[in-house]
Design a protein. Structure first.
Ligand code: PMP
Length: 371
């Protein structure tokens, strides 16, 4: 699993290596947390392993309902609905809310699930420059002359850049132009903000965003997704979000695992604080070494190399020496903006970070990446 230390096999030699994992979205280390495992096992004993059908036909359990209420509170919303994944949550939500007479307005770097949801809805699409409120306003003005509903969608945290969206101006602009706002907080939920409630907490806009989407495949350490919002909107999704209706309900064991993770996030703030501390430390060290990195305060630290061969050299040699990093290249990002994606976890020890930083200093020099 994506723990702070893993065993991985090299494709070339077939050798099994002990590695420090710095490429996982398991930000809090909850995939293997003993409380999460115990509560999941207890739930299997009680409820079995699956619902074997969609909630609309078979219903769900009291723990599904309890978890949806707790998630809604976590996100400062009235209600929430579970989906099998974050991807299907965005698709289901957007296609349920928009039709061909409506307008979708999205950031140019939005996650594929928002883009695909917009495509499948058939709505008219307007795209604004990345995290540029002035360009968003241009789109909102253009949309004001068009009929139908206007839905603005942004990522709370951009997964390849570790950047936080400028939610304050985005919220204000949506209010000014009467547009509905959807924030995809896949990488913020459980990781960002003083108590891990996400990008809305970080930006001070909790309770002001119409629709908040989240996933359990990152800080929650599991899988599944959700949409949170008003009672009326969630009720609508229960009847019209096809990716939630025409698919089996999330299993009770999955709900139990995610609820146990939520419990930990809410009651052990020191985990989120440790994640932030590790992030600050790594950003400081990499900057001092002369790496060009993303400056936002998230667990995702992009190291901009802008040269595919150099980035590959660093990632490959790090891998062989026991440090797992991700190489991000085309088509994930534009050619010429290749980068190494490093993610910190709350469970990384000071020793893990030291080992990784020393290695990156050597490799940065060797491959000519430091300025
Ligand atoms: N939105 C964003 C911003 C993501 O990074 C991801 C996962 N990569 C998703 C949505 C989809 O989430 P899931 O893995 O739960 O389908």
């Amino acid at each position: 699993p994506s723990e702070r230390h893993i065993k991985a096999t090299t494709l070339e030699t077939g050798k099994v290596l002990d590695m420090i994992m710095m490429a996982s979205n398991n930000y809090l280390g909850l995939t293997t947390h003993p409380d999460v495992k115990r509560k999941t096992i207890e739930t299997i004993e009680k409820w079995g392993i699956g619902m074997a059908g969609p909630g609309t036909l078979n219903g769900n359990t009291v723990i599904h309902q309890e978890f949806e209420s707790r998630l809604a509170r976590f996100k400062h919303c009235e209600a929430s609905m579970l989906f099998p994944s974050g991807y299907s949550a965005n698709i289901g939500c957007i296609t349920a809310l928009l039709g061909k007479d409506d307008v979708f307005i999205g950031d140019e770097l939005n996650h594929a699930s928002l883009i695909d949801g917009a495509r499948w809805s058939g709505a008219r699409k307007l795209v604004f420059k990345h995290s540029d409120p002035a360009d968003l306003e241009r789109c909102l003005k253009e949309a004001a002359g068009m009929p139908g509903q206007k839905l603005v969608a942004v990522d709370g945290v951009y997964s390849m850049d570790g950047e936080i969206a400028p939610l304050r101006p985005v919220v204000d602009l949506c209010k000014k132009y009467g547009a509905t706002l959807l924030v995809d907080d896949a990488h913020g939920s459980g990781a960002l903000g003083a108590t891990g409630r996400g990008s809305l907490e970080y930006c001070g806009v909790e309770g002001e965003v119409d629709i908040v989407m989240g996933t359990f495949s990152k800080a929650f350490g599991c899988f599944g997704g959700f949409i949170a919002g008003s009672n009326v909107m969630i009720n609508w999704l229960r009847h019209f979000a096809r990716s939630g209706m025409f698919t089996a309900a999330v299993s009770p064991m999955n709900v139990a695992a995610c609820m146990a993770s939520l419990e930990i996030i809410e009651t052990q703030p020191e985990l989120v604080q440790k994640l932030h501390k590790n992030g600050r430390y790594v950003r400081e060290r990499l900057t001092k070494m002369g790496y060009e990195i993303g400056k936002h305060e998230t667990a995702i630290i992009p190291i901009f190399v802008r040269d595919r061969n150099k980035a590959y050299g660093v990632v490959k040699e790090a891998y062989e020496r026991g440090l797992f990093l991700s190489l991000i290249e085309y088509p994930a990002v534009a050619p010429g903006s290749e980068r190494i994606r490093l993610t910190v976890m709350a469970t990384h020890t000071q020793q893990d970070l030291e080992t990784a930083m020393k290695m990156l200093e050597e490799l940065g020099k060797k491959y000519g990446v430091l300025s």
